[in-house]
Design a protein around this ligand. Structure first.
Ligand code: SAH
Length: 224
């Protein structure tokens, strides 16, 4: 899987993405990326990529001529995404859909955002990573890449089972997890987990997961 990342801060990549399972997958070339510095397409020697809003108001907007040329420089863009609080909110189901693409081109906004005509002229999907406002799309891009890459083959140690047993994949939230020591500060691990009885363990986990989901995220149950 390949990502083209359009940004005015290419030095922010790979950022968090060269660590852990996603970093190992980058080393193994299971995924790759390249950055396109939007400033390379600036209209003047000062490197300006933004301008004042028509209609007035605080905050600058990324110019369509600059951004358009930056997008056109990508030879094989594949699916194009713009990160925006106005976009469709990313969830595990959407990540699965995106992870099927060979190539994704992502536009990281800065300032107040980008000129609307870019979104009208190109086939671009707007994606939000949650109901809050970031200062730029670069962190959103890293969140997006991390979630997609861990679904690719040979990225997680435990294979398919690891991804299938996680929150959202199981139609709710994950059950409580325990490891050694079996007693810590007087707190014991639930007996059933030490029993070796797979059927009982599975039932216990399902019941814990259902309870937690009902309490914290009833919306996930209705979606099922
Ligand atoms: N004026 C915009 C916010 C601009 S924040 C508004 O009110 O909707 C600057 C940039 O950060 C955005 O263009 C976008 O690329 C990125 N960004 C901010 N919050 C985001 C979020 N929740 N999800 C994805 N990208 C976000």
């Amino acid at each position: 899987m390949h990502f083209n990342i359009l940004t005015i801060f290419p030095e922010m990549f790979p950022g968090t993405l060269d660590k852990g399972v996603v970093g190992r997958a980058l080393d193994k070339k299971i995924w790759s990326y390249n950055t396109i510095n939007i400033r390379d397409f600036a209209i003047n020697n000062y490197g300006s990529v933004d301008d004042e809003q028509f209609g007035g108001g605080a905050g600058m907007v990324m110019r369509p001529d600059v951004l358009g040329n930056a997008i056109d420089s990508v030879k094989k863009p594949g699916k194009i995404i713009f990160f925006s609080p106005r976009g469709k909110q990313l969830n595990q189901q959407l990540v699965h859909e995106f992870a099927k693409h060979d190539t994704i081109t992502m536009i990281c906004g800065r300032y107040e955002g980008i000129d609307q005509r870019i979104l009208d002229v190109y086939d671009i999907e707007e994606i939000s990573i949650g109901d809050y406002v970031l200062s730029g799309g670069e962190l959103a891009a890293q969140v997006f890449i991390d979630t997609a890459v861990r679904l690719l083959d040979n990225v997680l140690g435990g294979g398919l089972e690891t991804t299938q047993n996680e929150s959202f994949e199981i139609g709710g939230l994950e059950w409580p997890l325990y490891t050694r020591p079996s007693v810590w500060r007087g707190q014991s691990v639930p007996e059933v987990l030490l029993s070796g009885h797979h059927g009982n363990i599975e039932r216990w986990r399902k019941q814990q997961s259902d309870e937690l989901t009902k309490k914290r995220r009833p919306d996930l149950i209705k979606e099922k």
